[in-house]
Design a protein around this ligand. Structure first.
Ligand code: NAI
Length: 673
């Protein structure tokens, strides 16, 4: 069968209709670009040409799968130029999203008509790029420099309603075809092409203040500043600025940052389809029970309510249930305050929620998530009670961080319905969900976990069972190496600084101070007996805990804190303890540069990630990278530790790991062996 053309041209009297049909998002692939170029030639003779799209959206971007190869003709800037210069004026008829190349094409049209709620944006910055077809050159001329910076440097999407007062959208109409026919009856005078307009005047300090703000926010990412620079080129004649933008766009396609961000973009999509569930239909879940309404349980309940589910939360007694009710209500109210939810929706969601102290109330739930104390006996008891009251086939899930789910579910009949759903704190905010399968979990139940994750707007990653699953196991390795670095010569602030310089939001020691040192201390004491005596163990953190330096809440930890201030201050007392530790163990303290510190920590992360993949705990590098980016603040623009390792060269990372292993013998297992 001949393929339907991706760009169709039809005539209705002297009106030409150009329709792009390249599902799902009408991306500007090579064939679409060719189709548009042909369309510009084909509409000759018409009085006006309306350019619209079939399906759910206007052109919503480029075809990123083409970005690794050299650009192929016809190039988008040429097509955009042809549209702008066409004797027959083009009118963009837009619905859904008008993004990237789609927005660049729309800006080249003489007029723009949009359906209500249509979104406009230049999201190239999110994949480490600047637009390549005049986006940064036309946008400030069309909407002014301030809005252009706001959009291009952050990828922010603005609605047609916000752009119309700026003159960037001419009409907002629900029936686009009818609006087009009416518009064609009497065309207004054709305006000056956007590329030939002047950038409207803007505040003198706008560029400087934007530069400073972007630099601070970007945490090492280049593309927001690259976009700012390209926008500044728009102050030159278009004929100068546009080729500069194009050349830079092509260079950036080859940059490590863009590769990393594209990797993250594709990995986010691929991890939601692990091989275990290909072709498996999930169950539809609309009603769940959450057991435990503390920090995690309240967050999970909030995420589920926000995702449109009904939630029954079960607590130990009426008092605890009332406290959980309060907690969830205040989390939902927080969403209203931040403008993420309307007051009416919050009320609706609260009416789908109840906190109780009776397991019988879980009877109608299709799935239960347990988030009670991290204690095997308590958790086993919870599941026994749930199994008594719920349907024999209902899904039972644990949010445990470290316990072995097979032990938690030991007494349960039909363990194919049992699974781990490991959320991250705060659970209504953090994107990551580790879906932990036991050897018994059925594919249908795993698929249902993923479907639930999607409803809760999480990035779900499948994990097998090991201590800490994917994320916390890597975190443990990372922290262990950080402690070895302290013992061998670094100070806490140096490690934290190196990690922040790499692009993480926080270093390991300031983070420990923020979350508190006690839980990890209790864990270490619990594991003391089973620890391999040959493995190097640095006890500095234990010493701090013995001195009741538990972190910010106790006023001191790895740092000291001034009353009412959360900024960590270097503490000579702690640094003295670190140095004394080295002296006591006859370690000659070395100087480590920031680079050495971060490269060792990164090598450890990549090594642990590789072991996790080798053991079949994670399916692939994408899964490991997504866990790090969405659960632990690993900079997205570095693509995750596995992508970063590929970028710097596996042999380089391997050599660093060998140094790490030599520095702390008997303490590391190396991947690939
Ligand atoms: P939490 O101490 O804040 O809350 C536990 C809640 O469970 C309390 O409200 C308690 O009253 C309730 N509870 C205890 N026994 C119960 C029972 N038999 N029936 C009903 N409710 C009961 O603890 P948190 O931090 O929320 O942790 C809960 C679970 O989530 C633990 O397994 C933990 O390992 C896991 N987790 C914790 C994370 C964190 O960052 N805190 C992150 C991911 C998982």
């Amino acid at each position: 069968m001949p393929q339907a053309p991706l760009v169709k041209v039809e005539f209705e009297g002297d009106i030409a209709w150009v329709t792009v049909n390249n599902p799902p998002v009408n991306a500007t692939s090579t064939k679409v670009r060719q189709g548009l170029a042909d369309a510009v030639a084909a509409v000759k003779g018409a009085r006006v040409a309306f350019l619209g799209c079939a399906g759910k959206t206007f052109i919503a971007g480029g075809d990123m799968s083409e970005f690794d190869a050299p650009a192929v003709e016809p190039h988008l800037p040429d097509v955009v130029q042809m549209i702008e210069e066409s004797k027959v004026p083009f009118v963009a008829l837009m619905h859904g999203n008008v993004l990237g190349g789609g927005f660049e094409i729309a800006m080249a049209c003489a007029w723009r008509i949009a359906a209500p709620g249509t979104g406009f944006g230049l999201p190239e910055v999110n994949v480490g790029l600047i637009p390549g077809a005049g986006g940064t050159q036309r946008l400030p001329r069309l909407v002014g420099m301030e809005t252009a910076i706001d959009m291009a440097c952050s990828g922010k999407i603005l609605k047609a309603e916000a752009l119309k007062p700026l003159g960037a959208v001419d009409l907002i109409e629900a029936d686009l075809t009818q609006a087009a026919r009416d518009f064609a009856k009497e065309l207004p005078e054709r305006p000056l092409p956007v590329s030939q307009r002047e950038v409207p005047e803007f505040a003198v300090d706008l560029l400087e203040s934007s530069h400073a703000a972007l630099k601070k926010r970007a945490k090492g990412q280049r593309s927001p500043l690259e976009n700012l620079m390209a926008l500044i080129w728009a102050l030159e004649p278009f004929e100068h600025g546009q080729p500069k933008e194009r050349a830079r766009h092509l260079e950036l396609r080859k940059s490590a940052e863009s590769r990393a961000l594209r990797h993250a973009f594709f990995a986010e999509r691929s991890v939601s389809k692990p091989s275990d569930i290909v072709g498996v239909e999930p169950r539809n879940i609309s009603q769940i029970a959450v057991v435990g309404g503390g920090l995690m349980g309240a967050g999970i309940a909030t995420a589920a309510l926000t995702g449109g589910l009904s939630v029954t939360l079960i607590e130990r007694d009426t008092e605890a249930a009332a406290a959980a009710q309060e907690r969830v209500a205040s989390l939902l109210q927080g969403a209203v305050k931040r403008g993420k939810m309307s007051e009416a929706l919050m009320k609706d969601r609260l009416s789908a929620f109840k906190a109780v102290d009776d397991y019988a109330e879980a009877a109608d739930a299709q799935l239960a998530i347990e988030a009670v104390f991290e204690d095997l006996g308590v958790k086993q008891q919870v599941f026994t009670s749930l199994a008594e009251h719920m349907d024999a086939n209902a899904i039972l899930a644990t949010n445990t961080s470290y316990l072995d789910p097979t032990e938690i579910f030991a007494g349960i009949e039909n363990q194919s319905r049992c699974i781990g759903l490991h959320f991250f704190s705060p659970a209504h905010v953090m994107k990551l969900l580790e879906i932990v399968k036991t050897p018994e979990t059925s594919a249908e139940v795993i698929a249902t976990g993923f479907a639930l994750g999607k409803k809760l707007r999480k990035v779900s990653v499948l994990s097998g069972i090991c201590d800490g699953f994917i994320g916390n196991r890597m975190l443990a390795a990372f922290r262990r190496e950080a402690d070895y670095l302290l013992a061998d010569g670094a100070l806490p602030y140096q490690v934290d600084e190196a990690v922040r310089e790499f692009g993480m939001p926080m270093g390991p020691y300031e983070l420990q101070d923020l979350t508190g040192l006690q839980i990890a201390w209790a864990n270490r004491k619990r594991n003391a007996e089973t620890r391999d005596p040959k493995e190097r163990y640095v006890s500095i953190a234990d010493q701090l805990c013995e001195m009741e330096r538990f972190g910010q809440r106790s006023g001191k930890g790895w740092y000291r804190y001034e009353e009412g201030n959360r900024a960590p201050i270097r503490d000579p007392e702690v640094e003295g303890i670190v140095e004394a530790y080295s002296a006591k163990h006859r370690i000659v303290r070395k100087q480590f540069s920031s680079e050495e510190i971060s490269s060792r920590l990164l090598a450890v992360l990549a090594n642990e990630g590789a072991l996790i993949i080798e053991e079949g705990i994670a399916e692939n590098a994408e899964a490991v990278d997504m866990v790090q980016i969405h659960g632990y603040g690993f900079p997205r623009w570095r693509g995750g530790p596995m992508n970063y390792q590929t970028e710097i060269g596996k042999s380089v990372s391997r050599a660093t790991m060998e140094t790490v292993a030599e520095e702390s013998p008997n303490s590391w297992k190396l991947s690939g062996k």
